[in-house]
Design a protein. Structure first.
Length: 394
């Protein structure tokens, strides 16, 4: 029997590796969440989150929930049943957010996108231009579609909305881009931002965020939807979260403080640069494997390839899940699976959060072994290509 030895490499696109510093910060006795010390921790942490999301006019609140909770909150607070939203179909996660909207009685206009490509802002523009009665209440877009490893053009979509003078709210999910690459809530005119703890913030799952700008906050006052756990109104006073519906995620706040310290010490822009560097190295490796009919980067628009994960498409006739299972069972490297229509077609390499060059190179080397074991054609030497990319960006 083989038993796992040595470090297991966790390369999922979320949850991600939790640094010891965060784990240690969380490993402390709980406290009274109404006591001044915790209230001060809550206030300063949520204030610091504004810096990550680049908002001054918005405010950030959090819930004890996974990211799905923030999706529910966005719908429950901002819409009344029967209202319409436009959702570009970027993949599995956009579909799930759209289904949340449907579950709350909203009408969803799903905007088809071209497979393996980023959303075309002009296609969003055409859908909005066709909405002569301005019935579309919001555009809901995922910045980083975790199912595909494709990023979407947040600023450009806002520019189109402005050009058309369409009054829809703009809701953006940053769950797998938060603290991994740039997001500018105010500058890009985003009214509501969704975030989660378990990806770029390097925390366990269980803390969901929403950043709400004054316009979204105002809309939330008069909508008619069932809301209780997610109801913002009792939670917020004067642009500040003053309570939770129930017990807050106390230990997560301890971890969040450590995570924010780590990000601040590295520098947010340096965190982004590290993600870009590791992402570029990953893609150099996959491109090398692809020579002669091997695996490919799923995203066909290099400038929209995600900095937080890479979806790798195996050649037709091969099963990505076989590669993934071998990587896990023989080499101790955990990868993300392909979701729904991409199941068996792609495996996903997460390269976000607490990650460095040797962790990435080790994982890529093991994946190359798994490709060989699974008899997936590929050019050998992908790790060398990744190292070249790292040398070039040193
Ligand atoms: C882009 C995106 N949105 C939403 C979610 C849902 O978050 P959660 O699984 O924390 O509920 C995920 C989860 O991976 C995601 O990647």
């Amino acid at each position: 029997m083989t038993v796992p030895r040595g470090w297991q490499f966790f390369m999922h696109p979320g949850p991600t590796n939790i640094p010891h510093r965060v784990l240690q910060a969380m490993a402390r006795p709980t406290v009274d969440f109404t006591a001044p010390a915790f209230v001060a921790l809550r206030d300063r942490s949520l204030e610091r989150m504004k810096g990550i999301l680049k908002t001054r006019v918005g405010f950030v609140i959090t819930y004890a929930a996974s990211g799905n909770g923030a999706w529910d909150a966005s719908i429950a607070n901002l819409f009344s049943p029967g209202e319409k939203v436009l959702v570009p179909q970027t993949g599995f996660f956009a579909d799930r957010w759209a289904n949340t909207a449907r579950a709350y009685g909203l009408e969803v206009e799903a905007l088809p996108t071209t497979e393996r490509r980023s959303v075309d802002p002009e296609a969003v523009g055409r859908a909005l231009a066709a909405d002569a009665k301005k019935q579309i209440k919001a555009v809901m877009l995922i910045q980083n579609e975790t199912a595909t490893g494709i990023r979407h053009p947040i600023a450009e979509v806002r520019a189109v909305m402005n050009r058309l003078g369409h009054p829809a709210l703009y809701l953006v999910d940053t769950i797998s881009s938060l603290a991994s690459y740039d997001f500018r809530m105010d500058e890009w005119g985003v009214d509501l931002t969704i975030g989660g703890s378990q990806k770029g913030l390097m925390l366990p799952p269980g803390m969901a965020f929403t950043a709400i700008n004054p316009r979204a906050w105002e809309v939330a006052q008069s909508t008619r939807n069932t809301r209780k756990y997610w109801d913002w109104r009792p939670m917020i006073e004067n642009g500040r979260q003053v309570q939770f519906c129930g017990t807050p995620p106390i230990s997560h706040f301890f971890g969040l403080e450590a995570s924010l310290d780590m990000i601040e010490e590295e520098g947010l822009e340096n965190v982004f640069a590290r993600h870009r560097r590791l992402a570029d190295a990953t893609r150099a490796c996959v491109r090398h494997w692809g020579k002669g009919g091997g695996p490919e980067v799923y995203c066909l628009d290099p400038e929209f390839a995600s900095d937080s994960l890479t979806a790798v498409m195996v050649p037709a006739g091969h099963d990505a899940d076989v590669v993934r299972t071998i990587a896990q069972d023989r080499y101790g490297v955990a990868l993300g699976r392909g979701l729904t229509t991409l199941q068996g077609r792609v495996f996903r390499i997460g390269h976000m959060g607490d990650l460095n060059e040797p962790m990435l190179l080790g994982a890529l080397g093991a994946i190359e072994l798994a490709l060989a074991d699974a008899k997936v054609p590929h050019a050998r030497g992908g790790v060398e290509a990744a190292m070249d990319a790292l040398r070039a960006s040193a």
